[in-house]
Design a protein around this ligand. Structure first.
Ligand code: AMP
Ligand code: GLY
Length: 437
């Protein structure tokens, strides 16, 4: 089988690494890929949003199956266009990707089908939004409706901040058309966790939980980023809560989408807050998370490709996946300046030596480029160091041991990935380093 992965980040490197090891995959391509992905796949310089270019590439290379990594092309209809050209593609149609592409659509769906989420109102008029905020008071959350590269949400702790967020989105048009409509919703209190499922239009196969670290600074401080690290599974999502998430959120969402005439296929990523009244949805994403994908796939024992094909073909019934009974933890290395303007072009040395002989650690590339024999930083999030371990603490220790061997003075990372899980275990009882998670 000839497979094409679309994207160029750490998520796509992990996807290519998993898919290239499948006996079903004869030849793997990635558009556009990156220098790390080049070890697994033939990289072709076509941009993920160039859908016509992708179709042309598929025809030229006789691609049998496409896996779309990022949300941009999914929301723009890449899967619809590929399928219309007779090319099988994994991921939701544009109509189904609206779950991520429009927060207003997602909230209305939850309200109509009784899926637990924060109370909300939609606004296209800034004055009406401000009236509502003044009545409801802070803390309150203001969200641009459309895709805003993870920057469209303001969790306002004061009314003034919330009013400023309305002006930024609707008057200054900071997010362009994505902010023409906003959702204002209640602030939910509780710990945040993500859950991933494979969906085939009718059914869902639960994958695993993960916890992301969205803020730039240790202890979850400073501005939001695309994610500075993650680990899976997240112990806070107990087996009992996972059942609740499947029964009250994931399956009702899949059935609701089918009933709305927008059958959902692909990965469904639910962002949750574990409130005292149970898990509630704060966001849906229509793809694997980045860096959550890197930790999920590191734990997956089964062949990923047949599972993606089964989801595409509507045949997830009786499908089962096997997982390593281990934790995986990812530390993101970013270039100085991120999440503002990252410094590009600094040289990264010593990756091979850093990874060394420790087979429980793997380095994925997220934003690198090769010039001659030099590896250079070429983005905000640049490298992902992923380690396996019998506990979060062990995986964390292994990951940072490798991070510390990478020779890249212009890079930085958080030093506390996994702290919530480690802190929780510590707080409850002394736990041996060997404790299984
Ligand atoms: P999103 O881009 O939708 O993931 O939102 C960014 C971040 O805002 C999330 O990761 C949460 O930490 C936070 N957030 C979003 N909605 C809420 C809410 N209703 N209550 C509390 N925090 C929220
Ligand atoms: N890590 C968050 C995301 O992929 O949206």
């Amino acid at each position: 089988m000839r497979v094409l992965v679309i994207g160029s980040g750490g998520r796509e490197h992990a996807l290519c690494w998993a898919i290239s090891s499948s006996p079903l995959c004869d030849t793997l391509f990635c558009a556009p890929g990156n220098p790390g992905i080049a070890d697994e796949a033939a990289c072709v310089p076509v941009a993920p949003n160039d859908i016509d270019g992708i179709v042309k590439l598929c025809k030229q290379e006789k691609i049998d199956f496409v896996v779309v990594g990022p949300e941009g092309p999914l929301v723009a209809g890449a899967v619809d266009t590929l399928e219309a050209n007779g090319i099988a593609a994994f991921g939701p149609s544009a109509a189904a990707a609206a779950l991520e592409g429009s927060k207003a659509f997602a909230k209305d769906l939850c309200a109509k089908y009784n899926i637990p989420t924060a109370a909300y109102r939609r606004f296209t008029d800034p004055a009406a939004a401000k009236d509502y905020i003044r009545k409801h008071k802070a803390p309150i959350v203001v969200k641009a409706d459309g895709l805003a590269a993870g920057k469209g949400v303001t969790v306002a702790t004061t009314t003034r901040q919330a009013l400023a967020a309305v002006d930024a989105a609707m008057v200054a048009k900071k997010f362009g058309d994505a902010g023409a409509e906003i959702v204002v919703e209640d602030f939910l209190e509780g710990e945040e966790v993500s859950f991933f499922a494979l969906v085939d239009g009718k059914r869902a196969l639960g994958l695993a939980s993960a916890q992301d670290h969205k803020r730039i600074g240790d202890g979850d401080t400073g501005p939001n980023t695309g994610g500075m690290g993650a680990y899976s599974p997240a112990p806070v999502l107990t087996a009992e809560l996972e059942v609740q998430v499947m029964e009250k959120i994931v399956l009702p969402t899949v059935h609701a989408m089918r009933d709305e005439g927008r059958p959902y296929k692909g990965v469904l990523y639910v962002g949750l807050i574990l409130t005292k009244d149970g898990p509630q949805v704060i966001e849906y994403n229509c793809r694997f998370g980045d860096p959550e994908c890197q930790v999920l796939l590191t734990r997956l024992k089964s062949d990923l490709l047949p599972a993606l094909i089964a989801a595409h073909d509507g045949e997830l019934e009786d499908f089962d996946l096997r997982w390593r009974d281990e934790v995986a933890l990812c530390v993101v290395l970013a270039a100085k300046g991120y999440p503002g303007t990252p410094v590009k072009g600094s040289e990264i040395r010593g990756l091979d030596v850093a990874a060394g002989a420790d087979t429980s650690v793997r380095i994925f590339h997220a934003g690198t480029k090769r010039v001659g024999d030099k590896l250079l930083a070429d983005g905000g999030r640049v490298l992902n160091v992923v380690a396996r371990g019998r506990s979060v603490r062990e995986a964390q220790k292994r990951a940072y041991a490798v991070v510390d061997k990478i020779d890249w003075p212009q890079g930085f990372c958080r030093r506390d990935i996994g702290w919530r899980a480690i802190g929780r275990r510590r707080a409850s009882a002394p736990v041996s380093e060997k404790a299984p998670q």
